[in-house]
Design a protein around this ligand. Sequence first.
Ligand code: KE4
Length: 426
Amino acid sequence: MMYQRSSALFAEAKKYIPGGVNSPVRAFKAVGGDPIFVKEAKGAYLYDEDGNRLIDYIASWGPLILGHAYEPVISAVIDKALKGTSFGMPTEIETELAKLAVSMVPNIDKIRFVNSGTEACMSAVRLARGFSGRDKIIKFAGCYHGHSDSFLIQAGSGAVTFGSPNSPGVTQGTAKDTLLADYNNLDHVQALVEANKDEIAAIIIEPVAGNMGCIVPQKGFMEGLRALCDHHGILLIFDEVMTGFRLGKGGAQEALGIDADILCFGKVIGGGLPVGAFAARSEIMSHLAPEGSVYQAGTLSGNPLAMAAGLAMLTELNDRPEIFESLADKTEHLHKGLESVLKRKGVPYQINRFGSMISVHFTDEPVVDFKSSAKGNNDTFKTYFHGMLEKGIYLPPSAFESYFLNDALSYADLDETIEALDRLQL
Ligand code: KE4
């Protein structure tokens, strides 16, 4: 396949935009080569600037669960845009989407809309701190909650020490309030809680992780976190930016059978437009301005176009919940097909899957946390990524990402993907 126009567009973009992209993962740094510039998309297919058709497995990193340019979403946005794009005043459609989301997700009475998953998670942590009067949070190595300072933290040395910044610009003062634990390691969390008694406001986690590849919580891990939070008066924040409205109407809480205290959303809730949200029971949300004193705001929060896209998307998912099962079945089909090819090729591999989230890791060790995910052979991954791209399959350009299937994918698309791997020399 030719990518000349994409490369030319990338060279031009780099003159005016840092790294030529507006979000780093798009730049292909982890896999090498120039990123593909997309011209348009419909259903399961991307059409790039060189006229190539690509079967899409990122769905804009999750939002487009029904496929690209889904007609009910598009017409809702067009109709809304004709009436104005933003007012900075309350509109009825914000309440309509809020009511629908509250009806679909367990344990929430109220929801606040923002413009990204980062904003949702950042605001959720501030709310937890304001509600509890405590400063520290626990997050997990390899979990990504957006780019706000409190989350850009790497493990400090030792088991129960503070985090340290993993990006210039994040101060030690911020990092000291973020403690880092290993995913699926309840003892580690217990040690952190014991060493910071009555100082921890919240534990924030991706209930099914998607930013280390897809990593599924092991039996008892999430239940243990819930019990620890109950015992120590810590709020459990589920970052459902990826899993929300993807794993089912009730997201990971429903899929795992675990109650969280604060929920963060993004991606699907905006139907492809910029929407994030955070939600909780009234007792917690009543602390948020203007009702309470925890401040949070946004010029374009609840933007009518974004609300229209989100409402159309969630209405479809709420009316046709069979979509979630159809997606999970398609993901299982893809899993089994890829697995049989990799087994036949004798390549060391792990495939992790939950619902319509899946990832392939080139290692013979089970991938259960960031350390084991990092043991994947990245050279093999790069060969895999570019080889599949050459065959018209667009996968996440990093081994530390999950695939996001969309319901426009046909079984023929899935089989074409499996056959593409079969023809690949790994
Ligand atoms: P945004 O600020 O990118 O909307 O959301 C941040 C975020 C929060 N929580 C989770 C679990 C997330 O996965 C994300 C963002 N996901 C990445 C993909 N791994 C977005 C892609 C990108 O950064 O361009």
